[in-house]
Design a binder for this molecule. Structure first.
Ligand code: UFG
Length: 327
């Protein structure tokens, strides 16, 4: 019994691989190492492969058969919203094409459990304070579209040949479970703030005139280790006999503003972080917070780490890396 993890050398994937190892699971990682790093995956077997490439179905099918794979967690994908607007065909090819190959190989190899990494980006700009899964999903960029289409494909395969499919819609994943795994490429708020501070620059706030209490955007920050445990809960759910396709938010139900993140990091680190107000970034919803009710009740999963745990672990992981910030 082995779990195949695509994108297992990435920031989120590597946390999941380590949590699976700690539970005694056998893991095979499939990763093209375009953004991931091989040293992150511990003792897992690595298959070096772009899941969206033409040879992927054959290689994935063989890998599943050779390793007696029983379940797949599919992370391997592109995730930059701005880039997806510039290069839609590439995003569709990578994200939809990659999932198509993974599901085709699963069908060929007779593997029927799949956990898919989806995103709150499927919701677009919801005008509600807590987003529920039943809300009409209306993504506003190609990245979010590829994730929603992925959910549809999973559902269709579930109806067609009995794929058991769970999509997890991640909210804002942050923090680190282990210092050496906590270095995502500098793409999201916390690493972007620390990157600027390390360079002696002021952190940027993209807009402080939103209709929120302090004028900055509110997000639901979820600790990467809580997220990793949500994948384990999803695998356990799929191991039950009566499963069909399903979609769950992975969030906490609590929001924090950009300013609260920056002020929190300053407090934890003792470093002055005097933010500079920049223009709004295109396509940012003012407020995006999950209702975690379904995942709490159906999967029995709850986030257990606090907002402070997220900021502290992110800071510690940054300080353990090559670009320490002097307090
Ligand atoms: N922000 C700043 N300054 C920065 C960086 C970000 O003010 O230097 C702000 C953004 O404008 C936004 C908030 O911080 O209001 C969070 O931004 P992130 O880029 O960290 O995250 P997003 O909410 O934009 O995006 C995340 C994921 C995407 C996903 C999206 C929607 O990174 O993959 O949530 O669910 F699509």
């Amino acid at each position: 019994m082995t779990i195949l993890v695509t994108g297992g050398a990435g920031y989120i994937g590597a946390h999941v691989v380590r949590v699976l190892h700690e539970r005694g699971e056998e893991v095979v990682v499939v990763d093209d190492l375009s953004t991931g790093r091989a040293e992150r995956i511990g003792g897992a077997t690595l298959v070096h492969l772009d899941v969206a490439s033409p040879e992927a179905v054959g290689t994935l099918t063989r890998t599943m058969r050779d390793h007696d794979v029983t379940a797949v967690i599919h992370f391997a994908a592109r995730k930059q919203v701005g880039e997806s607007v510039e290069r839609p065909a590439y995003y569709y090819q990578q994200n939809v094409g990659g999932l198509t190959n993974v599901i085709s190989a699963m069908e060929a190899a007779g593997v029927d459990r799949l956990v898919f990494s989806s995103s709150a980006a499927t919701y677009g700009m919801p005008a509600v304070s807590l987003v529920e899964e039943k809300l009409h999903a209306e993504p506003i960029n190609p990245y979010g579209e590829t994730k929603l289409i992925g959910e549809w494909l999973g559902r269709a395969a579930s109806r067609a040949w009995g794929l058991r499919f769970v999509a997890l819609r991640y909210f804002n994943v942050a923090g680190a479970g282990w210092d050496e795994l906590g270095d995502p490429a500098i793409l999201n708020l916390i690493p972007m703030v620390l990157d600027r501070v390390e360079r002696g620059e002021r952190p940027a706030i993209f807009g402080d005139d939103y209709p929120t209490p302090d004028g900055t955007c509110i997000r639901d920050y979820i600790h990467v280790l809580d997220l990793a445990e949500a994948h384990v809960a999803a695998l356990e759910y799929l191991a039950e006999d009566t499963r069909e396709h399903d979609v769950f938010n992975v969030g906490t139900g609590r929001g924090a503003s950009v300013r609260e993140v920056i002020d929190g990091l300053a407090e934890i680190s003792g470093v002055t972080m005097d933010a500079e107000i920049k223009p709004r970034r295109a396509g940012d919803p003012p407020h995006l917070v999950a209702s975690p009710e379904r995942i709490n009740t159906v999967l029995g999963w709850h986030a257990t780490r606090t907002f402070d745990d997220i900021l502290t672990s992110a800071w510690n992981a940054w300080q353990a890396g090559p670009r320490r910030i002097e307090a």
